[in-house]
Design a protein around this ligand. Sequence first.
Ligand SMILES: [Zn+2]
Ligand SMILES: [Zn+2]
Length: 342
Amino acid sequence: MTTHDSCGRVLDRFYQVFPCLSDPARRSSLVLKAALVMLHLVYAGILFLFDKDLIEKTKCEPWYTGLYLLLFVATLVQYFVTSGSSPGYVLDAMRYVNETNTIFKKISTPSKQPASSKNGNLVITVEGNQLARNLPGSNATSWTKLVLDMYPPGTSARNLTCSYCNVEQPPRAKHCHDCDRCVLQFDHHCVWLGTCVGQGNHCRFWWYICEETALCLWTGVLYITYLKVNISRAWWKDAIIIMLLVILSISLIFLLLLLLFHSYLILTNQTTYELVRRRRIPYLRGIPERVYPFSKGLCRNLYNFCFVRSSIEELERLPDARQLEEMSRPYTCLDFLTCRCC
Ligand SMILES: [Zn+2]
Ligand SMILES: [Zn+2]
C-alpha cells in the first residue's frame, strides 16, 4: 500500500513536470511517434553497423549515402509536419468566415459613399476574396447561409448540423470521433499520424507516403545489395537482415498500394470516406458510380490539390442537376479528342 502510494506520488510529480503526458491519448500518440523514429533508426543503424562495404562506399562516394540520409531525415520531418498540421476543422472555417464577413460588412458600409482611393482598394481586396464572392445578397454573411448555399434549395440547416459540435457541416465534412471535431473534406483518421487527414493536410499526407515509399525502396535495395555482396559473414547477421527485409517488403507493398490509392483519389477529387461510404452519404446517393461529382478534370483536380485545396477558405459546393447531367454523359470520340476528362 505504501509502495503503491509512493508510486502514485512519483507519477503525479512526473505529470506536473510534463503535463502533456497526463492525457492517455497524447501519451499513446507520443509512444507511437517514438516507436516510429526508433523503427527508422533501427533499419538504417543495422545497415551501417553490419555493412562494411557501405562504409567504404560512403568514403569513396559520400553523395550516395548523403542522399540516402537526406531522404531519411526528410521523411521523418514530413511525418512530424503532417502529424502536427491541422486537417482543416469546420469550427476554424466558421470562425474565419464570420471574421471575414465582419470585415466585409465594416468596409462595405463606407464604400457606398464616394470612396477615397484607400477605401476603394480595401473593397476590391475583400470582394476579390473567394468567400465574399460566394455569398449572394447583403445579409449572406453568416456561416449557416454560406453552408446552405452549397446544398440544393430547400435543404434544412437542422439536417446539416453536427450533434456533437453544433455547427453546420459543408458538403464533404464529417465529424471525427477520435478528434471530437468536424473535419473539412474528411478522408480518414490516421492512427499512425495521430490526427485526421482532411482538406488541410491531405497534400502533406500524400508527400509523406511518397517519401516513406521511396525510403523503404532505397533501404530494401541496400539490404539486398548487402546480402548479395557480403558472402563471408555470421549467420545471425543474415537472419536479422532477412527478417527485417521481409517486414520491409510487406510495408513497401502496403505503402505502394496506399500511394496509388490516394493518387487515384486526388485525380478524381474524392476522399476515402466518400469512396467507401458512397451509398450511405445522402448527397452522393443516386449519383452513378462512375461519376465523380466534385471532379473538375484531371489537371484542375491536381492543380487544386497542390495549390488551392489545403486552404480552409476553399469550400466546395454540391454540383447542380445540370452539372451532374453533363458529367454523366457518355464519352464520345470528340470528348477523347478534346480531352474532356482533363
Ligand atoms: Zn462535429
Ligand atoms: Zn480524427
